[in-house]
Design a protein around this ligand. Structure first.
Ligand SMILES: CC(C)(C)OC(=O)NCc1c[nH]c2nc(N)[nH]c(=O)c12
Ligand SMILES: [Zn+2]
Length: 373
């Protein structure tokens, strides 16, 4: 019995949208789903108990960061990441490839792997498919991501072709050493913004028969229309009986479009990052809490929200905390934004089950003012 299995509950008849359940060794969760990001083994400012209370079924953590600090040997000694951070839900760990390119002081990429300087202390480090798999086995995450290269945007065809071919060879090397029966290894489709390379990447990864597939290398600065075009092209070629995960996405409008194209899983630092910048997410767009308009506004952040912040505090109080640089203000906004996304995905899933996803999508997009990115 594979560690990770997908159960289709309802396919929308008119679009790629679908509702399902993903089963893991640390519990099952409904899809479509948004995964709170806990990069360094903590969803910033939020406790595991609060994550459970808001309905989070799976969180994301990062190989790159935990490899550099505190090191995966310590986490293994603690009994794995679930024990170390006291989270008994599911955990997905990203493989480190992407983070090396966006955080480390990149030294060089070879067939073997990537040599770079740690962004923490500048020491020389090496990550490869084998090292990434060893770290993720130490961490004991339920879903392990293959070690890939996230192709920057824009990238010329020859570079994208060579990089994608290497990502496929790296995926094969990951599969060979990922031997834990309690962990599921997902392949990551690359290919840049080239449809033929995306198709080749899909075909080569599906050939290896992974329990799930991620679409990588999108939301890397390309226009949204191009992202959706590549997504549409890529997802329709992926197996229907396996989860699809769009990495690094995203804002509510991108979540709706991703679901429409058949994506089941999403992750993004957005909700907690904008919270730390003093912004609340609502059905109609964002509230910049420092704004004077909230000075004497004693309503909750969002009418009808059942989160701890909305049940106990007003916009005026949260505005005061944000302006006074009180940490509690940022915590309240993180709790609200994460709960908002859980509610958002739940409503979207219900609309698919009740065959009114098209109406949900139109209604949401009509009311959502994109606001400043
Ligand atoms: C710029 C942001 C982070 C929004 O999106 C992306 O970069 N999107 C791509 C992405 C995010 N995380 C990944 N992990 C891995 N292994 N590979 C990837 O391509 C990605
Ligand atoms: Zn709320």
């Amino acid at each position: 019995m594979p560690a990770i299995t997908y159960e289709l509950i309802k396919q929308d008849p008119a679009t790629g949208a679908r509702a399902g359940i993903i089963h893991t060794p640390h519990g099952s969760f409904p899809t479509p789903i948004f995964m709170p990001v806990g990069t360094q083994a903590s969803v910033k400012g939020v406790s595991p108990e609060e994550l459970h209370d808001m309905g989070a079924g799976i969180i994301l953590s990062n190989t790159y960061h935990l490899f550099l600090r505190p090191g995966s040997d310590l986490v293994r000694e603690a009994g794995g990441l679930h024990k170390f951070m006291n989270w008994d839900g599911a955990i997905l760990t990203d493989s480190g490839g992407f983070q090396v390119f966006s955080l480390g002081d990149l030294r060089k990429i070879t067939e073997e792997g990537v040599t770079f300087r740690s962004h923490i202390d500048g020491s020389k480090k090496f990550l490869s498919p084998e090292v990434s798999m060893k770290v993720q086995m130490d961490l004991g995450s339920d879903i392990v991501m293959a070690f890939d290269e996230c192709i920057p945007y824009p990238a010329d065809y020859d570079y994208a072709k060579a990089s994608t071919a290497r990502t496929t060879r790296w995926a094969q090397r990951c599969k060979e050493v990922m031997t834990s029966p309690h962990q599921g290894l997902f392949g990551i489709v690359q290919g840049g913004m080239y449809k033929d390379l995306r198709t080749r990447s899909v075909n080569e990864l599906v050939e290896m028969d992974f329990p799930g597939y991620a679409v990588g290398g999108l939301s890397v600065g390309e226009p949204k229309e191009l992202m959706y075009e590549m997504l549409d092209h890529t997802v329709e070629q992926l197996p229907k009986d396996k989860p699809r995960y769009l990495m690094g996405v995203g804002t509510p409008d991108c979540l709706v479009e991703g679901v429409m194209h058949g994506i089941d899983m999403f992750d993004c630092v957005f909700p907690t990052r904008v919270a730390r910048n003093g912004t609340a997410m609502t059905w109609n767009g964002r509230l910049v809490m420092k704004n004077a308009e909230f000075t004497s506004d004693f309503r909750p952040l969002e009418e009808g929200c059942d989160c701890y912040a909305c049940r106990n505090f007003s916009r005026a109080y949260i505005r005061h905390l944000v302006r006074a640089n009180e940490i509690f203000g940022l915590r309240l906004l993180s709790l609200h934004n994460l709960r908002f996304l859980q509610r958002f995905m739940h409503e979207m899933r219900q609309s698919i089950i009740e065959e009114r996803f098209g109406e949900f999508r139109r209604n949401f997009l009509d009311n959502y003012n994109y606001g400043a990115k």
